[in-house]
Design a protein. Structure first.
Length: 267
């Protein structure tokens, strides 16, 4: 469930829920949503019982800059000490912050949820939304999180632009690793062939992936303009290829190298 990131502390490392980035909550919540999720993820580790406040005291001595000090720190959408990007947001920090709060408040109010003003308020919303669970046990307060976080769009009325952006992020995170594995095979194993006669089941065996995942990766390669697929001399639909049917991906390596950053993963 969690990916660990080492953070200075007397007793334990911080743990971040691996579904955080895929779910898209970081594009919806104030900036403290990220460290709050990390804090709750850490509280879920075996051996800890207590409140989130207890954990902040245990690891940070009661003050953690990432959440603005403590759980009663005010929520914000921007980091107060960051240099403002006036090209991306020429209206300035205060106007941008006000606009984000207006949008966020309207979204929560429409859905019937209270608008949080502190990190503590947001942690209570996590419990309401099912992003976290808190249980009193004979040993003390225990925290837990579901393996897959609820999606923002399942709980809040997102505008069409944000919905499209989050869908795109989730799709890219789903297909990116599959596509990277296919590209590694074409580049490192086959030496960047212009054409190669193959099939989905052969590619699956060569890359250690499922046939459906290879089909998905190949379809993304076609959509990006890097490699039309042919059967004989006729174009083929990558999304409808049968596992055993032979086809030829025709790679445009010049286009590929101009438009992609390829990282080869060596042993």
């Amino acid at each position: 469930m969690a990916e660990k990131a080492s953070v200075p502390g007397p007793r334990r490392d911080m743990a971040m829920h691996s579904d955080w980035w895929v779910s898209g909550w970081e594009h919806v919540l104030p900036r403290q949503g990220f460290p709050l999720t990390m804090l709750i993820g850490t509280a879920c580790q075996p051996g800890f019982t207590g409140s989130l406040e207890d954990l902040v005291h245990e690891i940070f001595g009661g003050h953690w800059d990432m959440i603005g000090g403590d759980l009663d720190g005010p929520l914000t959408f921007s980091w107060p000490d960051e240099e403002w990007d006036y090209e991306a947001a020429p209206e300035g920090r205060e106007a941008c912050e006000a606009a984000r709060w207006e949008q966020f408040s309207a979204m929560l109010t429409t859905a019937g949820f209270p608008v949080p003003t502190t990190v503590r308020d947001l942690s209570e919303l996590y419990l309401t939304w099912g992003l976290a669970r808190r249980e009193e046990t004979p040993d003390g307060t225990r925290w837990s999180m579901p393996a897959a976080l609820p999606l923002p769009g399942d709980l809040l009325p997102l505008d069409p632009e944000l919905t499209e952006r989050l869908d795109g992020i989730r799709w890219t995170m789903r297909t990116g690793p599959l596509l990277d594995t296919l590209i590694d095979h074409l580049v490192d194993d086959l030496g960047e062939p212009t054409e190669t006669l193959t099939s989905l089941d052969r590619l699956a065996a060569a890359t250690g992936q499922d046939v459906d995942d290879v089909r998905l990766a190949l379809s993304e390669l076609v959509k990006s303009g890097d490699a039309p697929v042919r059967r004989g001399e006729e174009p083929a639909d990558a999304e409808r290829l049968e596992a055993h049917r032979r086809f030829r991906p025709v790679m445009d390596w010049e286009h590929f190298h101009e438009n992609r950053i390829h990282v080869s993963r060596g042993d």
